[in-house]
Design a binder for this molecule. Sequence first.
Ligand code: ZN
Length: 772
Amino acid sequence: MIQTRSWATSLACSLFLLVLAALAVWSVLPPSPRSADAAADEFSAERAFATVEAIGTEVHPHGTAAAADVRQRIVADLEDLGLDPDVTEGVGMSGRLGDQSRVAATTNVVATIKGTDSTGPVFFVAHYDSAEVSHGANDDGAGVATLLETARALGAGEPLRNDVVLVFTDAEEACLCGAEAFAHADPRAADGGVVVNVEARGSSGPAIMFETSDGNAALVDAYAKVPYPVGSSLAVEVYRILPNDTDFSPFLDDPDGRFTGLNSAYIDGSATYHAPQDTPDRMSLASLQHHGSNALALARELGNGDAAALARPASDDATYFPLPGGVLARYPGWLVWPLAVAAVVAVGALAVVLARRGEVRGERTSAGRLALGFASALVPLVGAVVGSMGLWWLMVAVRPGYGEMLDPWRPWGFRVALLGIVATVLVAWFVGLRRSLGGPALAVGALGWLAVLGVVLAAVTPGGSYLAAIPALAGAVAGLVAVTAAPGTVGRRVAVTVGAGVGVVVLVPIVLLFFPALGLATGAAPAVVAALLGLALAPVLAVLLPRGRRVGLGLVGSCAAVAVGALVVGFVADPFDAEHPEPTRLAYALDADTGTAHWVSDEEDPSDWTAQYVDTETDLSEPFPMFADEVHAGPAEATDLPAPVVDVVDTEPAGDARRLTLRVTPGEGARIGTSDALRYVQLNARGVGSATVAGREVPVDAGALDTRFYAPGADGFEVVLTVPAGQPLDLRVVAAGGGLEELPGFVERPANVGVAGSHTSELVLVGTSVTL
Ligand SMILES: [Zn+2]
């Protein structure tokens, strides 16, 4: 009888945790897309998708005719909605001292939905240009479509109090220049405001609110009212270590701090990011619906709020994370430290109680055992890191093309394999040491690391502390209840299960969000969060897992079998083929002065296809400063592609310096590669005092000029430099176009080899030096 009840309780507790895990997964899934006949004041992904199809069928980088077509389409759609769009020309600039400065002439489309009694503008921002080789259906066709369908739905509902300003930016992929030009010079931005940026860095997955301005408490409160809130205060910290930037950055970097805001993107399916495969047919309509449902709700919430107040930072950063049922849990930043300390105190109290008891249901607990339990609980954390690195190493060894990817095309098999590896290590640690240390000591040791991490994170990244502190606190309180208050076996099991359930709800969504955020190439991040989940579950193992050796080994074997099985599935399900090609990066660089040319690749370990062009590692950073010190290169046939031309328009003394006014043109009938526009012209020189490009002063770091002007027309652009009088100026000028197809010696790729989604893919460079 007792045996039966014990098994039934264990089963019920396990089911309870599985249901919680399923609910936690569900809390970060995108909603199902609404059809085209959804109510007029609703956002419909199917309606919005018409825009995606229209603008995502052609590659449309900044400055191309295709980009102009997209712009025309946006203007026409806005006019159809009864709005009065402005097409505004400007010059945008990015780059701080020490960075390369980048300048572009931009053409933004801006339309204002007038409010009834506006307290300030709310800006919705998406970029309409695509990356160089990309169709840009998701990035950022999704953002453009979201803004247009949101505007349509707003028009069908009650008018809002505040002005909602739709900003369709140019040249985001080049240099964030459209957004910068808008923030810098557009009169509608003069008084600042609240910015909502809508982006995509992949083709599927939930639309995550991943970045906020400082002092985000009030804006996070507003975001919590959207129907499908998916965001974590940890994400802001993680985003800072990623190499991505969006249109949101120029607003955040505003020298006068005039803007606050939120930034959202869906990021799974990242193999399409910036790649030719970013096409409408690969877009997840659920992701588009997620963007849209949230953007529309946010427009209504911010549009009826006190926009002037929201445009100032709140005194506090909130901690926030998703809960099941469309709830965004949140608490003020001042609670971070009390919670972290409370977790340490609770785990410490549990350890003291157990040490005093000396024994729990036949398992000994002593201060020594507890100390060893704590020390040994580092094993699952370290094992997760080592396991994730080993998995990626194996994946790249078997399929070298993965080395150029953040994530495989179809990553799920590998993701499950990684979870299987983490589970194997965790269960092996528990089962292996249980005999010598006892379940309670291991469980408290596990909670101890969660508590310690809660404190470390509170000090380093306060927004991430909750991830460890809350599971530690819940687990320790549940442990105290189980040890001191819960009568009998059932009560003990229920208490511990409920405590671990808190960890499941808090941690499962972050495991899922971390997989696409960092990719399997950086699988250590989701693996460590999964290991934290394992540590939070250790008390459950202590009360539910029978002590027999056979059961324990059976569980370890099952986890390992899942890992191996999923790994095999991962490889079998994800071969490179025409639809999912191996990404390659190749460029052509011609020195027009010497008539020498190179094939160049910045692939880390060139693929078989790329290796036919590049055979050595060479330093080309002098003639072609866009390349890092060592790149893979090989000889190429020289062509007569036109070099850029520098004309001195004016030279005049300026104190003890001379001021040179130059016009830089791409050169006679310049068209490099097959694109109808140059990507950029880059200028490098030393001994420069100050520099102005197309009217924007650019930073010059210790005399070193390093600047780019994107997509110059046939007339080129003006550059004004001050240099010491009486000294010659050596200027390196490199024009960059795109498209290798017409170059001599270029052989078309086989079907299962493709073009990588990078800004240097298919690059054609022509460089020349001039002395002035
Ligand atoms: Zn983008």
